[in-house]
Design a binder for this molecule. Sequence first.
Ligand code: ACO
Length: 366
Amino acid sequence: MSYAHITGWGMAVPERVLSNADLERMVDTTAAWILERTGIHERRIARDGQTPSILGAEAAWKALKVAGLKPTDLDLIVCATSTPEHLFPATACLIQDRLGATKAGAFDLLAACTGFIYGLNMAAQAIRSGSIRSALVVGTETLSRFVNWQDRNTCILFGDGAGAFVLQAGDEPGGVLSAVLHSDGSGGGLLSLPAGGSRHPATDATVSAGMHFIHMDGKEVFRFATRVMAQATRESLAAAGLELGDIHWIVPHQANMRIIDAAARSLKLPLDRFIVNIEKYGNTSTASIPMAVCEAFEQGLLKAGNRIVLVGFGAGLTWGALTAEWTGPVGGRRVQPWAYRVFARVRSAFRRLSRHIEGILWGGKG
Ligand code: ACO
């Protein structure tokens, strides 16, 4: 049986920083309140035209470089996102095109902030079954485009960014060890983006009712999150045959520092066993866990052989946890991303042109 190793990782965030002090000037809040009640100090906001596929592809190029893999080596791209560029085409396909990953199947996965854990598990299962050899899992968001910047209950929480992992098959034991995934649709109304789908397509009425913004019952989501984080962590560990003492790091979804605190208390673990970067980025939904992992590696906290639990929750309601043994870096062959970037651009333009010419030649003759 193959094992699914995490061999590459990367992240990308917009340059623009929105601080708590900036928010003070936008809604009835204070920088101190935000920091004290959420742990967030600042977040990144995408500029016009900086879309999830652009951020996601940026993170993916870095992950491919770490893994020493060419885009054309990828068999599968899973994009977990709560803010897809369109209902269709999938943001995963836009990333596939940006990378020139010509062999890869690509699809979006919507499990809100738990999406990266869902996607990682799906990709790992496909590798372990032997049906594919490599996969790219991307979590990418521009939540700022769905935030009501007049609603102080939500606009203080969210930020934009992307993270990506490369997974590869290997014979050595390790990589993704276990995962548990859960859902409870009865809580769907607690955190939602009510319009824009087939139930409430966009109309003047939905727009003026603010139905294209994130709606959230913060207190209820908070209660739900504090209940499930520790529970999912324990379940994932049990499924891997491990105990808390075997784990080097817990990487929680970065939604609210007080939720992470509560999980630590419930697991009876000191906070310094948790990877936390919420102060810099806020809640970036599917991107928050891979971004936290990338920064932990860069800071020298996360090392090859470390065992980690990734744990998250989100709209749906969804929640889950995944236990892994950190493999990389594997020191694969050196790839030159710039050369593949040029190839991807040229390839994409050529494909469009050839489709256009085909249309002219055969379009009227079907
Ligand atoms: N500034 C100042 N005061 C505020 C603000 C603000 N930004 N927001 C709310 N308040 C006020 C409220 O109006 C309330 O005032 P009142 O007592 O006069 O009514 C008071 O602060 C306390 O409100 P609470 O809702 O109890 O505040 P709380 O401490 O719970 O913090 C928060 C609110 C931060 C939203 C918290 O409930 C939370 O983090 N919930 C979880 C949210 C979450 O994780 N969402 C993402 C899920 S993942 C995904 O799928 C995207």
